[in-house]
Design a protein around this ligand. Structure first.
Ligand code: UD1
Length: 423
C-alpha cells in the first residue's frame, strides 16, 4: 500500500525551495477560460489538483499543455459547457468554473464540487451572489446548472469574506456590463494574484487586497503570461515542522510578505526567525520543546490561516505547557486529532477549540491522512515522534504538495515513499 515512511526524532537541517501556490494557480487557470487565446503560466505547481483543473479546461475544449512547471492554455475555442462528474467531484475549487464559464459562455453545468472533507462546505453564497449579476440557476439533482443572457455589474455585500465567492464574482464581473463592487471582499494574497493576472490581461480591477474590490467590465481580455507566486501554506508547513523537530532550516523563494501572522506565531513558539523580504528567504532555528501558546485562532487573511491549523496543532503537541487553538473558518477541521492521540498527544476538543497539553515526546505510529492539510500535519508529527511512522492516504497530500518527501529530505528528515512509484 502507498505511503510515506518516516524515521522520526531527528532535528532538521537544510534548504528547500518553495513550490508555486496551489490556491493562486487554481483560480488563475479557471480565469484562462475568459481569454480567447493563449495564456502561459510559469511556476505552476505539479500537483494533482492542478492536473484536475487542466482536465476540466480540456473538457471545455481548451488545448492545455504542460511541461515542468509551465502550463499553456489555449482557450480560443470552447466546445462544451458541462463538466464531467469525475473531475468536478475530486476538487472543491472546481466551483470557480462557475464564474469563469458564465463570463465566457453565459452557461455552465457541473456537479456539486467535492474536495477535502472539512465540514459541509456549501456553495450557497456562490449561487446567491452570482444571481445578483444576472445568473439564473436551475436546480437539478446533484448538479448546478447556470445560465445568463447578459451578466451585469452590481453591488454585492457579502455576509463574510469568502475567498472562493470573491474569486467567482471577480471572474464573472470582468467581462460583465457595468461595475461590480464586492464588499467586504476576501483579502487573501491568492485573490490579489488572480486580480494581478486579470489586470495583466486587460481587466479593470481596483482595490484587490483591500475591503472593497471594484471591477469595471471590459469587452475582452488579451493573451498573457504570468508567473505564479510561491505557496505560503507549503512554506508554513516546513517552518512548523522545523519548530516541532528542532534544527535550522532555510526556505528560498518564500512569500515572506504574505507570512507575517505565521512568522509571529512561530516566534511566540520560541523559534528564531529571520526573514529577508527582498531575498525571499526565511531562516528558522529552533531548539528544545516549543513554547506553549495560550490562545491562537484561525482567521481570514491577514490572520492565521486555517490551512496551517493542523501543522500548528501538531507542533504544539510537544510544547512546554498547555495551548489552545480555535478553528474559526471550517467546522470538522480537527480530523487528525485521533491520529495524534494514537501517537501519545494529549488533546481535548471542545467544539471549535482544541486544548493541547504538551508532552515530552510522541511515539511513531501507523497513520492515515483524511484530507490534504491534515495529511501534511501527520507527516510532520511522524518526524517529531520517536521511532517509525507510516502515513497512508498520500493521495490527499499530493493534491497540494509537489513532492513533500523530496522537500523534507532536503531538510534532512528521515522520510521516504513506500509502495509507490515516484512521480
Ligand atoms: C479557500 C482555499 C482553502 C482555504 C479557504 C480559507 C482555495 C482553492 N481554497 O477555500 O484552502 O482554507 O479559502 O482561507 O483557494 N462558505 C459557505 N457558503 C459558500 C462558500 C463558503 O458557507 O457558498 C463557508 C465555508 O464552508 C467556510 C467559509 O465559508 O466555512 C470560508 O470558505 P471560503 O473562504 O469560501 O473558502 P474556499 O474558497 O472554499
Amino acid at each position: 500500500m502507498e505511503g510515506i515512511i518516516i524515521e522520526g526524532g531527528r532535528p532538521l537541517n537544510g534548504t528547500v525551495r518553495i513550490q508555486g501556490s496551489k490556491n493562486a494557480a487554481l483560480p488563475i487557470l479557471a480565469a484562462t477560460l475568459l481569454i480567447r487565446g493563449k495564456t502561459i503560466l510559469s511556476n505552476c505547481p505539479h500537483i494533482t489538483d492542478i492536473e484536475h483543473m487542466m482536465n476540466l479546461l480540456r473538457s471545455a475544449g481548451c488545448a492545455v499543455n504542460s511541461e515542468n512547471n509551465r502550463v499553456i492554455v489555449d482557450a480560443k475555442v470552447l466546445s462544451k459547457t458541462a463538466f464531467p462528474k469525475e473531475d468536478v467531484d475530486c476538487m472543491r475549487s472546481s466551483v470557480i468554473l462557475l464564474g469563469a464559464m458564465l463570463g465566457r459562455c453565459g452557461e455552465v453545468s457541473l456537479s456539486y464540487p467535492g474536495g477535502c472533507v472539512i465540514g459541509e462546505r456549501p456553495i450557497d453564497l456562490h449561487i446567491q451572489t452570482l444571481g445578483k449579476l444576472g445568473v439564473h440557476f436551475k436546480n437539478e439533482e446533484r448538479r448546478v446548472c447556470a445560465l445568463c443572457a447578459h451578466l451585469h455589474g452590481n453591488d454585492i455585500n457579502l455576509p463574510f469574506r469568502s475567498v472562493g465567492v470573491t474569486e467567482n464574482l471577480i471572474l464573472a464581473a470582468v467581462l460583465a456590463k457595468g461595475t461590480t463592487r464586492i464588499y467586504p471582499a476576501a483579502r487573501e494574497p491568492e485573490v490579489v494574484a488572480l486580480c494581478d493576472f486579470l489586470k495583466k490581461a486587460g481587466a479593470r480591477i481596483r482595490g484587490a487586497g483591500s475591503d472593497e474590490i471594484i471591477i469595471t467590465g471590459v469587452e475582452r481580455l488579451a493573451e498573457t503570461e504570468y508567473c505564479v507566486e510561491a505557496d505560503r501554506i507549503v512554506a508554513g508547513t516546513y517552518l512548523f515542522a522545523a519548530t516541532g523537530c528542532g534544527g535550522m532550516v532555510e526556505l528560498s523563494e518564500a512569500p515572506v510578505l504574505q507570512m507575517k501572522s505565521v512568522l509571529r506565531v512561530l516566534k511566540q513558539m520560541g523559534a528564531q526567525v529571520k526573514a529577508d523580504e527582498n531575498g525571499r528567504c526565511i531562516r528558522l532555528e529552533a531548539e528544545g520543546r516549543p513554547h506553549r501558546l495560550p490562545f491562537v485562532q484561525t482567521a481570514v487573511y491577514p490572520g492565521f490561516p486555517t490551512d496551517l491549523q493542523s501543522n500548528l496543532v501538531t507542533a504544539l503537541t510537544k510544547a512546554d505547557g498547555t495551548s489552545v487553538v480555535e478553528e474559526r473558518i471550517f467546522e470538522n477541521r480537527y480530523r487528525i486529532l485521533p491520529e495524534l492521540r494514537a501517537m501519545g498527544a494529549d488533546l481535548t476538543q471542545k467544539e471549535d477549540r482544541v486544548i493541547i497539553r504538551g508532552v515530552a515526546h510522541l511515539t511513531g505510529a501507523e497513520l492515515t491522512a483524511m484530507e490534504l492539510r491534515g495529511g501534511a500535519g501527520l507527516v510532520c508529527a511522524g518526524m517529531m515522534a520517536k521511532g517509525k511512522s507510516i502515513v497512508r492516504g498520500v493521495e490527499y497530500i499530493r493534491r497540494g504538495y509537489e513532492d513533500i518527501v523530496e522537500d523534507l529530505k532536503q531538510l534532512g528528515a528521515g522520510v521516504g515513499w513506500t509502495g509507490v512509484e515516484k512521480r
